[in-house]
Design a protein around this ligand. Structure first.
Ligand SMILES: O=C(CO)[C@@H](O)[C@H](O)COP(=O)(O)O
Length: 242
């Protein structure tokens, strides 16, 4: 079984979007060596967002070179049902789709992702009401709160999104809450203070000259906040299992 830790832990998942995609394996290995807890893979289809990135053929090749890390696929695609089997076959551990994409039946989509042996995430864009997630939260593994408009790396963090994170942490205390977009050493504190525990950081970590230290600083900030504000205890085994 591919799993996240049972209780919310502070985990750092670098996004490879701003990395050197011509050397994806090396880029990912360097992030894993620097202490990444998981890798966040941004999949874009040019319809749901105005950008194109990588798909399952690339991820499948990547998986042949990197086995011991959890792959979190952020599916910024119009038809998330279409890619479930191929992403599972490519070695993806978590399939996060967007509530705003074309979905006939959300529960059926969740079921199909689980049947394909992947964890389920649901993401929402900045303009989407967090309460729309409520009917599904107990059936999924991760909620993804976008802190920028999806589509591009290097955008500015939207602090207003922290009210959504707080609402989820207060109402679903054990939920894995992932935040993504504009997260740096300057903005990560706000994420942990609001109750986020899964931190996606792209350009800040890719461009860093001290990735290992920055990953550690980000993790420490989130651990401190989770334990102080929400009494969520952390143990040392932080890795996600693949
Ligand atoms: O999903 C996305 C963008 O759509 C993100 O994963 C970004 O790639 C994060 O990059 P930074 O904002 O941290 O540079």
């Amino acid at each position: 079984m591919n799993s996240l830790p049972k209780y919310p832990k502070a985990l750092i998942g670098p996004s490879i979007l701003s990395g050197d995609l011509s050397s994806l394996t090396n880029e990912c290995k360097s992030l894993v060596d620097a202490g990444a807890d998981y890798l966040h893979l941004d999949v874009m289809d040019g319809h749901f967002v105005p950008n194109l990135t990588i798909g399952h053929p690339v991820i499948k090749c990547l998986r042949k070179h990197i086995q011991n890390i959890y792959f979190d696929a952020h599916m910024m695609v119009s038809n998330p049902k279409q890619w479930i089997e191929s992403m599972s076959d490519a070695g993806v551990n978590q399939y996060t789709f967007h509530l705003e994409s074309n979905i006939d039946n959300v529960q059926e989509l969740i079921r199909k992702i689980k049947e394909a042996n992947m964890n389920v995430g649901i993401g929402i864009k900045p303009d989407t009401d967090v309460k729309l997630l409520e009917p599904y939260i107990n059936d999924i593994d991760v909620v993804l709160i976008m802190t920028v408009e999806p589509g591009f790396g290097g955008q500015k963090f939207m602090p207003d999104m922290m009210t959504k994170v707080k609402w989820i942490r207060e109402n679903f205390p054990l939920m894995n809450i992932e935040v993504d977009g504009g997260i740096t050493l300057q903005t990560v504190d706000k994420c942990g203070e609001a109750g986020a525990n899964l931190i996606v950081s792209g350009s800040a970590l890719i461009d860093s000259k001290q990735r290992s230290k920055d990953i550690e600083l980000m993790r420490h900030s989130v651990e401190e906040n989770l334990s102080k504000k929400f009494n969520i205890k952390i143990n040392n085994n932080n890795k996600c299992n693949n």
